[in-house]
Design a protein around this ligand. Structure first.
Ligand SMILES: NC(=O)c1ccc[n+]([C@@H]2O[C@H](COP(=O)([O-])OP(=O)(O)OC[C@H]3O[C@@H](n4cnc5c(N)ncnc54)[C@H](O)[C@@H]3O)[C@@H](O)[C@H]2O)c1
Ligand SMILES: O=c1ccn([C@@H]2O[C@H](COP(=O)(O)OP(=O)(O)O[C@H]3O[C@H](CO)[C@@H](O)[C@H](O)[C@H]3O)[C@@H](O)[C@H]2O)c(=O)[nH]1
Length: 437
């Protein structure tokens, strides 16, 4: 089978590469010419464990192609996935301009039946708009060509994208015809050996499933952050509470980690978009409004602890930060809580020394020379008045505390991810604070 994936970002590149790995011939299309030129030479635009080797393997096998021109492959493929961005509009709703542009390009150029599948996260009703946009272009050409639309939202997590795509908990597919169902079944059949289920449903339900899943996950995080803040006030330890409640099978132990708030390219924008969808339909998602509010405040929690420690006198303080990316194993800085923290530190007159294993280049692109870029974890803490742990990369988990202590000016550690052992740090002479204890 031959397929096209339009949009070669985190989702498009992983989707295309994984389908190619299973033997499908894939054409990855993107309007960003630099990205495509690099990909043709085997240069991968993102950091995602395992992706580079898989891209190279499938390129060499002749199953994975890259192009800027959809017309080159449009009439060779049976299925087209749209995986372009759906960034938030000014009012928080999902901006569909890229999604609809792809639909119009399809309508202007298709010459035979095509199944158009949306992988991007889009509000309920988008498939209908895509159908109308394609039909409008066909009408302008006075052509009557049959086509199908389907929704196949993606649930991969950055940093674990390959594993999530190859062995997902489930695949959700919204279809409107038997033909679309048959094509999607055929396409996903090679993956079924990995023991997952394809759940077919109607298109609006598939579109809504994606938002509901992200909303539920974000709700768990904000709930735990709220509990963590109360734990601090009343003298409980959120880490113990997490273990205590997570062992109840109905609750489950994943996605219950208190921290400095959720970030990334999905939760913040998708929660906003769902709130907006509800409002524009005359309904208020009150729980999600609270989820957002808790999350916004949580991003400042390390700053508040630092400010309390120095009694509001932060001017000229030298602050070290370990971690910048919104989570480990990615270089993605979209909506990273570190950016909010850095803003506050700089506004208070601090000098900020940052280190992250893979996000330094992306941070430099965003922040220029407003912060100092350290060579490694030890370089970052030289003469520091505090160390803030922001992202729980593995290499931050067991540093030499005696070396860190010798280098720092003030032995203060504020742990935004609760990864250190309080006893060990206090024995090493540090003042240590984490979230929710
Ligand atoms: N990043 C994730 O982990 C993730 C996971 C699940 C779902 N999603 C959803 O998937 C979608 C894509 O997210 P992403 O993070 O991969 O975005 P991204 O910004 O990394 O990539 C989008 C790509 O689409 C390209 N593009 C835009 N218009 C185009 C056009 N007309 N033709 C061809 N290419 C075009 C852009 O140049 C860009 O390379 C979003 O709706 C997002 O919400 C993302
Ligand atoms: O217990 C937890 C788990 C996560 N986070 C934070 O939540 C954010 C998102 O993390 P994660 O969900 O692991 O990463 P994403 O790559 O953003 O993946 C989410 O967003 C994707 C895009 O929609 C979906 O496909 C995934 O299923 C969904 O997990 C990060 O800032 C994490 O630090 C916590 O604070 N506590």
């Amino acid at each position: 089978m031959k397929i096209a994936i339009v949009g070669t970002g985190y989702v498009g590149l992983v989707t295309g590469t994984c389908f190619a790995e299973m033997g499908t011939e894939v054409f990855c299309v993107d309007v960003n010419a630099e990205k495509i030129t690099n990909l043709k030479q085997g240069i991968i635009p993102i950091y995602e464990p395992g992706l580079e080797e898989m891209v190279h393997r499938n390129q060499q096998a002749g199953r994975l192609h890259f192009t800027t021109d959809l017309r080159e492959c449009l009439n060779e493929v049976e299925v087209l996935f749209s995986a372009v961005g759906t960034p938030p509009d000014e009012d928080g709703s999902a901006d569909l301009k890229y999604v609809l542009e792809v639909a119009r390009t399809v309508g202007r150029n298709m010459t035979k039946h095509l199944l158009v599948v949306t992988k991007s996260t889009v509000p309920v009703g988008t498939a209908r708009k895509i159908r109308e946009a394609i039909q409008e272009e066909l009408d302008k050409r006075n052509l009557s060509i049959e086509f199908d639309v389907a929704s196949n939202p993606e649930f991969l997590k950055e940093g674990a994208a390959i594993k999530d795509f190859m062995s997902p908990d489930r695949v959700v597919v919204g279809v409107e015809s038997e033909r679309a169902k048959e094509l999607m079944t055929r396409l996903y059949r090679p993956f079924l050996l990995n023991n997952f289920r394809v759940i077919f449903m109607d298109v609006p339900s598939a579109e809504m499933t994606k938002y509901a899943a992200n909303a539920m996950l974000a709700t768990r995080i904000s709930f735990m952050n709220d509990v963590a803040n109360l734990c601090e006030i009343v003298g409980a330890d959120v880490n113990m509470v997490r273990k205590g409640i997570g062992s109840d099978g109905r609750i489950g132990n994943r996605f219950l980690y208190a921290g400095i708030g959720y970030g990334g390219s999905c939760f913040p924008k998708d929660i906003k978009a769902l709130i907006k969808t509800a409002r524009s339909n005359g309904y208020r998602m009150r729980i999600l409004e609270a989820v957002e509010e808790v999350n916004e405040e949580q991003k400042s929690i390390l700053f508040r602890k630092l400010d309390d420690y120095f009694k509001g006198d932060l001017k000229g303080k030298r602050i070290a930060m370990w971690g910048l990316a919104f989570k480990p194993e990615t270089d993605d800085m979209r909506e990273a809580p570190s950016l909010v923290l850095i803003d506050k530190l700089l506004a208070s007159g601090c000098e900020v020394y940052v280190y992250d294993p893979v996000s330094m280049e992306e941070t430099r692109r965003r922040l220029g020379n407003t912060v100092h870029y350290a060579k490694d974890i030890y370089d970052a803490v030289v003469d520091a008045d505090a160390l803030l742990l922001v992202t729980e990369w593995k290499e931050f988990r067991m540093p030499s505390w005696s070396a860190v202590k010798k280098l720092m000016a003030t032995p203060l550690i504020l742990d935004g991810r609760n990864i250190y052992d309080v006893k060990e740090l206090e024995e090493n002479g540090f003042v240590y604070h984490c979230v929710g204890r």
